[in-house]
Design a protein. Sequence first.
Length: 120
Amino acid sequence: MDSDQSIFERIMSGDIPSELLYEDDQAIVIKDINPQAPIHILLIPRVKIPRLVDADESHQALLGHLLLLAGKMAKQLGCDEAFRLIINNGAEAGQTVFHLHLHILANKSFEEGQLATAFG
């Protein structure tokens, strides 16, 4: 096993089990193992981009794909009327896994400005 692999790369390679909800050639979607809401899923690109600010023009189509996938997954899960989409960028913003990923949280009321602290 490559010690530089992120937990998400290890999930994609099958080294770590996860509850896979969706996959295509660009991304996977799994349930978060530490959910902060009744619906809490992660959208993870197959290409490892450490942080959002590390993305460049070559990632533009992938980033667009992830946003469209977020809408598709929200519809599939029945939470398309109200969900929170989160991308953490950097440790001080709460990022704990340095492989870009998007969180969808739903079926919980959120106050403006309220963010849970465990969105790695």
